[in-house]
Write a protein that binds this ligand. Structure first.
Ligand code: AMP
Ligand code: GLY
Length: 422
């Protein structure tokens, strides 16, 4: 079959890397892709939310599966767009627009969890009209205070504030001052959860599900989890503290009620569910849902799936995922993200990357890279993720760092302490 992947990051390169191994694949296209996907697939110059252009390409190239990497096309309804007679033979891997609101609206996600008895922090949501009540709610909570813009705010919409006075000021800036634009017309205020974070990834065809490897990512730019938030600076899989007892709790209290909730509420969901968890005294609480795979988590999760990923996704079309056997590699995998100096604020693009050919026993997943006159250059803040396997995460990290040191571009930066808290 011919497959199209939408997106251009390390996540999409990791998808391509797994899928080209499948005997079911004929041709693989990535739109728009990067210099890494160019080496193993055909890059296509399409906008990921330009649905008419995607449709034309899919029909011309006899594509029978579209794998959606990032959230934007999902939130804009790419799944629904394909439910016409002309396109319904195409297996879109990604949830419906209604389901994508689990990521697109914090309030929708919280209400879904409440209705389905899924453990999550206590909360209330407020608008400009209920600002006063919001301030009173802050007074009723213990510090620190967690304020979340309801809508998509590029990963920046969550504030954790130690003092009530500052929390109230921020609430006003969000609701009245337009701090996050329309995304903060509504604000969810929730109880602070004191625990340790991890993520689980689940694939579902809408009726059955498979639990994929767990992962933990490192979002801050600075060592020791300091400084600005980024898309993610590295990741480790599995999460060493996620033992069988904890995983059983996560499956029983979070995963099962989530998938059953979709069916009960007629939410059409065929894709990946990325569940961000806080483990509080050994019990999982859901911090957030994302309706796609994480980046850079995908760069450690997919390399640990040793069965045929494309076959698993193909089974979604007939809701036959239950017949598939997902096999997980027992080794650990780690990835280190190499970023442009200055990221996540201002940074340069167009620097030549060298050393790629010297990498041994690691996989370099390209993120922000491009080809120019035969050379591989940087084309984004997060440039490439270096993934390695090891008997445990420390061995894997050692290999990733050995190979990162062979790579170079002007002002390249990476965190040297991924996994420091494990
Ligand atoms: P989110 O965008 O919802 O993933 O939130 C960003 C980050 O804020 C999370 O990764 C957590 O580290 C933190 N966070 C979110 N909600 C809470 C909460 N209720 N208690 C403590 N930390 C939280
Ligand atoms: N690495 C976090 C995310 O993809 O949302």
């Amino acid at each position: 079959m011919n497959v199209l992947i939408l997106g251009s990051g390390g996540r999409e390169h990791a998808f391509a890397h797994s899928i080209i191994k499948s005997p079911l694949l004929s041709k693989l296209f990535v739109a728009p892709g990067n210099a890494g996907t160019h080496e193993i697939a055909t890059n296509v110059d399409l906008g990921i939310t330009d649905f008419p252009a995607i449709k034309a390409f899919v029909l011309e190239n006899d594509i029978s599966m579209v794998i959606v990497g990032p959230e934007a096309p999902l939130v804009e309804g790419v799944y629904d767009y394909f439910q016409t007679e002309e396109l319904q033979h195409v297996n879109v891997i990604g949830p419906s627009q209604q389901a994508a609101a689990l990521e697109g609206s914090k309030e929708f996600a919280k209400e879904f969890m409440q209705r389905n008895n899924i453990p999550t922090a206590a909360y209330q949501s407020f608008t400009k009209e209920t600002l006063k009540e919001g301030m009173a709610f802050i007074d009723s909570l213990k510090p620190p205070y967690v304020l979340k813009a309801d809508g998509l705010a590029g990963g920046k919409g969550v504030l954790i504030i130690p003092q009530a006075k500052e929390a109230k000021e921020s609430l006003e800036e969000m609701l009245v001052g337009g701090k996050f634009g329309a995304a903060s017309n509504k604000v969810v205020i929730e109880e602070f959860l004191d625990g340790i974070e991890m993520s689980v990834f689940v694939m579902t065809d809408g009726t059955s599900y498979k639990i994929m490897p767990t992962a933990k990512d490192y979002k801050r730019i600075g060592e020791g989890d300091t400084g600005l938030n980024t898309g993610g600076m590295g990741a480790v899989s599995p999460v060493p503290f996620a033992d069988d007892v904890l995983m059983q709790k996560i499956e029983d209290h979070v995963i099962k009620p989530t998938i059953e909730g979709f069916a009960k509420e007629a939410i059409v969901y065929k894709g990946f569910v990325f569940i961000g968890l806080m483990i509080v005294n050994g019990a999982p609480e859901v911090i957030e849902y994302n309706v796609r795979m994480g980046d850079p988590e995908t760069e450690v999760v997919l390399p640990r799936i040793s069965s045929d990923l494309l076959a698993h996704l193909h089974a979604f079309a007939k809701a036959e995922l239950h017949k598939e056997q997902l096999t997980i590699d027992s080794r650990s995998a780690t990835t280190i993200m190499c970023v442009a100096g200055g990221y996540p604020e201002n940074y340069d693009k167009g620097m030549e990357i060298s050393g790629l050919k010297n990498v041994e026993d690691s996989i370099v997943f390209h993120a922000g890279t491009a080809l120019k006159e035969g050379k591989i250059i940087t084309n984004g803040g997060r440039v490439m993720a270096v993934t390695s396997y090891g008997s445990d995460f420390k061995q894997a990290l050692k290999k990733s760092y050995q190979n990162v040191e062979k790579l170079h571009f002007d002002k390249m930066y990476y965190r040297k302490d991924i996994g420091f808290d494990l």
